[in-house]
Design a protein around this ligand. Structure first.
Ligand code: AMP
Ligand code: MG
Length: 487
């Protein structure tokens, strides 16, 4: 079905280690992403029973060569020199219809040489969560790994309680992480480091090859992609939850959807993950954490970047500092688009600060607020004014802000302001309580809520009765305040 190639497997041993899936009892297909399969070059898609055999790992997909990838990582700031794919297998790479090389990986397919104490398995809940959230990110245009398939195994995996098991098939530009570089750097294997860096340049950043200092250019390019990515996350209220260096993609995609969540009531210090006790990965900390992760990446590249001593460190430090400039520029543009204003002046920034403070003080739902502003702009006011004021606990403050914003909109030179707002203010996010509801139903054998939610979140700008129902913020009773890794 897919034409596999195996470039990554030619890299030195600990980066790629041959490994096999452990068969499961009764694989059943839950979801298959046919449009993505076509994008990957699949012509005929076989029937569900065959897909279930392939995407559970029970049968090897023709041409696949399964292997686990080695990587290290800073987890909550502590360095672990060897993590690696403990429950995932790279099947190989596919060159897609746009000529882009992409990895296809099974996750939850059994133990590997990197499993440590783990069972190599995945419960169904996190599989459905990753399917919904990663496909949502793709639909709003945020760089992300994709969901190709979800299969239940007919087996139980034991976490706090026994849960149904599942295997997820993930498609990524690559699975190379900051932690992959740390893994090789910690082993002080300069030849392997160079081979890895060259692979990354050829695959993701071909322009760096012809730069004066290719490995510095590589660092700068990765910094730029991460800066753009994190600005995009913040624009939709996304909180990754586990921004460890092993979950930081060199290709600049969102990767490893664990206890991630979308912020509902606006609060810069918001944390959902049950394991993030120190609030290290709080909403507004994400740019600083990404920059910290990139500094760890820069350290691994020092042996390859030209120069030495203080001058070398200075060069790398400048590249990391440049994150701030790139992030701010990207965020300014997104703020202006979300408010339908010009990015050129400081006015959009001032108004965004004002709105954020209104949303925070008035306990406003972030997505509903921007959606209501977009509708307001589309209809030139009236009943939408009331709808907006109903979102806040502080209508006086918001009312005042609204008149400033309206005045700015009238004065703005931005003729495309409405399309900019419609493009950056999705109606729907995968709300925590809706994701949980879909998972709970699936645990009872009913996958209909999952499919309904998936259909809505993958068309996040489309208005419909169903979209409005699933877009509505949680009531006090429905709120999900904690999310779990569930690995
Ligand atoms: P994650 O939290 O998914 O980023 O995983 C962190 C590390 O733990 C990675 O090296 C995973 O491969 C490993 N890991 C997580 N869950 C399991 C599991 N059930 N069995 C084996 N390894 C696991
Ligand atoms: Mg991970």
């Amino acid at each position: 079905m897919l034409s596999f190639e195996h470039r990554y497997a030619t890299l030195p041993e600990p980066l790629w280690v041959a490994s096999q899936a452990t068969p499961v009892e009764r694989p059943e297909l839950v979801a298959f992403n046919a449009p993505l399969a076509h994008e990957l070059g699949a012509q005929d898609i076989p029937e569900a029973t065959t897909l279930a055999e392939w995407f559970s790992g029970n049968q090897l997909l023709p041409g696949a060569k399964p292997g686990a990838l080695g990587y290290a990582g800073h987890q909550f700031g502590n360095f672990v020199p060897q993590l690696g794919d403990g429950r995932a297998l790279l099947l190989g790479e596919v060159v897609d219809q746009h000529g882009k090389r992409r990895d296809v990986q099974l996750k939850g397919s059994g133990r590997t040489p990197f499993s440590r104490g783990g069972d190599g398995r995945s419960p169904l809940g996190p599989v459905l969560r990753e399917y919904l959230v990663s496909e949502y990110m793709a639909a709003v245009g945020i760089p992300t790994t994709r969901a190709l398939a979800a299969v239940t195994t007919g087996e139980r995996v034991v976490r706090q309680l026994p849960e149904p098991g599942a295997v997820f098939t993930r498609v990524a530009s690559s699975h190379i992480r900051v932690g992959t570089f740390q893994f090789i750097a910690a082993r002080q294997d300069e030849a392997a480091l160079k081979a890895l860096a060259d692979h990354v340049i050829e695959r993701h950043y071909p322009d760096a090859a012809s730069a004066e200092d290719p490995y510095l250019a590589l660092l700068e390019a990765v910094v730029a992609r991460q800066a753009e990515l994190i600005a995009r996350w913040l624009s939709v209220g996304f909180i990754h939850g586990v921004m460890n260096t092993d979950n930081c993609s060199i290709a600049g995609e969102t990767i490893d959807y664990g206890p991630c969540a979308f912020m509902e009531q606006f609060d810069p210090q918001k944390v959902y993950s049950s394991i993030d006790q120190g609030r290290r990965y709080a909403f507004a900390n994400q740019p600083a954490i990404a920059q910290w992760n990139l500094a760890r990446f820069a350290e691994t590249l020092l042996p390859l970047i030209q120069g030495e001593g203080d001058a070398l460190v200075e060069k790398a430090t400048d590249a990391i500092r440049y994150f701030d400039t790139l992030f701010s520029a990207q965020q300014r543009q997104l703020h202006a688009d979300k408010l339908g204003l010009d990015a050129g002046s400081d006015q959009a920034e001032t108004l965004m600060e004002g709105l954020e403070s209104q949303m925070h003080q008035g306990r406003m739902d972030m997505t509903a607020t921007f959606d209501a502003l977009t509708q307001y702009a589309a209809s030139s006011g009236d009943n939408h004014h009331e709808a907006l004021l109903a979102l806040t606990e502080n209508p006086d403050g918001l009312g005042e802000w609204l008149s400033q914003w309206q005045a700015a909109q009238v004065a703005s030179q931005n003729a495309d302001r409405l399309t900019a707002m419609q493009r950056t203010n999705p109606i729907v996010i995968p709300r925590n309580h809706r994701v949980q509801e879909a998972i709970n139903a699936a645990y009872e054998g009913d996958f209909a809520p999952f499919h309904t939610l998936l259909a809505v979140v993958t068309r996040p700008f489309d208005d419909s009765v169903e979209a409005r129902r699933l877009a509505a913020p949680a009531t006090e009773n429905e709120q999900v305040l904690r999310t779990f890794c569930g690995t």
